[in-house]
Design a protein around this ligand. Sequence first.
Ligand SMILES: Nc1nc2c(c(=O)[nH]1)N[C@H]1C(S)=C(S)[C@@H](COP(=O)(O)O)O[C@H]1N2
Ligand SMILES: [Mo]
Length: 336
Amino acid sequence: MFIKIPRRGDCRESEVIPEALYLNRRQLLQGSMLSVAASGLPVLTRADEGRYAQVDAVDAPAWFDAKLDQAHWEAVTADGESITPYRDATHYNNFYEFGPDKGDPARHAPKLVTEPWTVMVDGEVTNPGRYSVDDLFSPTQLEERIYRLRCVEAWSMVIPWLGFPLAELVRRLEPTSNAKYVRFETLVRPEQMPGMRAGFSLIDWPYVEGLRMDEAMHPLSLMAVGMYGRVLPNQNGAPLRLVVPWKYGFKSIKSIVRISFVHDQPATTWETMAPQEYGFYANVNPHVSHPRWSQARERRLPGSLFKPNVRETILFNGYADEVSHLYAGMDLSKDY
Ligand SMILES: Nc1nc2c(c(=O)[nH]1)N[C@H]1C(S)=C(S)[C@@H](COP(=O)(O)O)O[C@H]1N2
Ligand SMILES: [Mo]
């Protein structure tokens, strides 16, 4: 079930074939995507078991790799937005455990050992324990979800994830009625995570994130184990990461090793570090500026100096129809 992650050296080549298949599939899926759109979840589509993720890696000639970076990407979401090229989605990352620069995760994360991997489940829950990743996701089907990812730094991408609804997992784990929030923790392994060894990092590890229970149970909240039809690259949070598309990217915690069901709102990494800049909710909101910059617009990657690809940011990152009821009666300028 679990696919071996190629080492850095063979990584670039092996991406080519699954990606090409991926794009073919996209075109085949267009019809079904539109019908799903009509059912009210506009950028959601299902794939049958991620079959093409198991295609063997094949070496591509260097000229092909070079061409691929310049390829005109045709795949689009149901709303007509282009899917971010795989290369950008895997080489422009935030994963501070591996360093502060956007290229650091792609440089250093491939050395992270992600097999075996266990996730500790504890707190207000009927089925606590230490689960292997396979245990966690073997009972469920993988689904493909094409989501916008909007970073609080005002850039965004469109990424086709492969995963399963967090709600399914929560139901299986059976939280007690005392559980009001879910808290997530990332791996701490400084030997393999150079960003954690750097003395200047302000982050108090482990990286922690959390959701209110109703947010966790929302059908858009995804536990991702893959992207672009293949296994999740380490820099994107292998083997298991959260994706909450209506919130700023920092809520989508990577490489999860612990899931706790708790009564009180958990202290989360960014909110703890700078509460006046980053809130617990972190819902994408063009009307609530970051103290140091506006959130009204975003840079959709890839862009260039001549074509910066700037677009308006949409409330709840475009998912308002699905999620705004979760925040009825709340003042979004206070609970940012
Ligand atoms: N453990 C951990 N998870 C993390 C981060 C991090 O630094 N550490 N960065 C977050 C931020 S700020 C963003 S924008 C997204 C980026 O996800 P991507 O690199 O897969 O696009 O991951 C989030 N998850
Ligand atoms: Mo981010």
